[in-house]
Design a protein around this ligand. Structure first.
Ligand SMILES: *Cc1c(COP(=O)(O)O)cnc(C)c1O
Length: 380
């Protein structure tokens, strides 16, 4: 039987101890037992997000948390800013359009970070702008946004800062309160190493004021309902019970190991992956200065189809990496994630498999050079 190693930026691998949690019989959610779990999960999420703000759980994939943020913060005709440096930045704009919200787009070349001054100019020119939507780790390109710098320009304006941290959560530092982030959206199936099904939204008091007056249509994702029930440690609807219970276990790791150590661990995996790519004579897609530690986006050499590389790795050798997204990157890059349940040997397997496939496709390099370079970093 073939292995099935996921080095994809969501879903990520579920470690055996969490598979065991997910396999447990269901309990009812209106019970002290579930209430205790929900309380611990909310506390655990706040710990990772370094925040005192409210956290609400939803039953959806990550995009549901993004939609909840949009629908609750602004009304039809309101003005907002969306930062687009990749596929997920574009999703903010698409969601705003769906709700009739007037999004001014700050386009960022793919692979680069946003210049916060561009956001400042727009905010200075128009005090009616309600929100600024950005992406923490832009998973389509492998860039991490300097959220602190964006927070510095948004904090003294009437606008709120909304961050899609779906792939960055628990992998890369996000100091919600210190960096003046008002809303964070994330989900269970990336850094938290579980099945998709739970998303969550972290909301500041400044943002909640907007949520109370938004006229956007909403029912299931109405965060006013979520807040009201969360005051009694409850949810308005049936939560994804099994995943919430497993989150209780998944989140323990952050307190036991410490946030700094966890972020450092992924940074090391990223460093090894980058060193391997370079040793193979390959280049990296994003600028060095804003490269994400959650995933590494590697340019596929001229004349080789990245989609083919990805498919052979997956279908012949059982190792999944992600291909490129959008017209800009399809077939041109592969993306190797280092989030959740991944260790050095998983990365080494991925690199050795990449080497094997590149060799098969006729790319010239010294076999083993990538693995050796990564090993060197891992042994530092
Ligand atoms: C995965 C991802 C999403 C989408 O999440 P779904 O769970 O597929 O809805 C959104 N934003 C970013 C940055 C992501 O990595």
């Amino acid at each position: 039987m073939k292995r099935n190693l996921l080095l994809t930026p969501g879903p990520t691998q579920i470690p055996p101890y969490l598979c065991a949690e997910l396999g447990k019989p269901i309990i009812h959610h209106r019970t002290p037992q579930f209430q205790q779990a929900l309380k611990e999960v909310v506390e655990g999420l706040k710990f990772v997000l370094q925040t005192k703000n409210d956290v609400f759980l939803l039953a959806s994939s990550g995009t549901g948390a993004m939609e909840a943020s949009v629908a609750n913060l602004a009304s039809c005709g309101d003005k907002v800013i969306c930062v687009e440096g990749g596929k997920f930045g574009e999703r903010w704009t698409e969601l705003c359009k769906a709700y009739g919200i007037n999004a001014q787009v700050v386009k960022v070349p793919w692979g680069k970070d946003v210049d916060p001054m561009k956001i400042k100019e727009l905010l200075d020119a128009d005090k009616d702008i309600k929100a600024v939507f950005v992406t923490h780790c832009e998973t389509s390109t492998g860039v991490t946004t300097n959220i602190k710098a964006v927070g510095d320009v948004v904090k003294n304006t009437p606008a709120v800062l909304v961050v899609d941290a779906i792939s960055g959560f628990g992998v890369t530092d996000l100091k919600t309160d210190e960096w003046n982030v008002d809303v964070v959206a994330s989900a269970s199936h990336k850094g938290l190493m579980l099945s998709p099904g739970v998303s969550f939204v972290c909301v500041s008091p400044k943002a909640f004021k907007l949520m109370e007056v938004s006229k956007s249509p909403r029912y299931y994702f109405d965060l006013r309902k979520a807040k009201k029930t969360m005051e009694k440690i409850d949810t308005p609807f049936t939560p994804a019970i099994g995943i919430v219970l497993a989150l209780q276990e998944s989140l323990k790791r952050f307190k036991v190991e410490g946030l700094e150590n966890i972020f450092g661990y992924y940074a090391k995996l990223a460093k090894g992956t980058r060193a391997a790519a370079k040793a193979l004579g390959l280049t990296l897609f994003p600028d060095e200065s804003c490269m994400s530690t959650a995933l590494t986006t590697i340019n596929v050499p001229e004349g080789i189809d990245g989609e083919k590389v990805m498919k052979i790795m997956r279908d012949t050798y059982g190792i999944s990496v992600a291909g490129g997204q959008g017209e800009e990157l399809k077939g041109k890059v592969i993306r190797i994630a280092h989030m959740g349940c991944v260790d050095e040997y998983d990365i080494l397997s991925g690199i050795s498999c990449l080497e094997k496939v590149l060799k098969e496709l006729g790319y010239k390099f010294t076999l083993g050079a990538g693995v050796a370079a990564a090993q060197k970093v891992f042994n530092e």
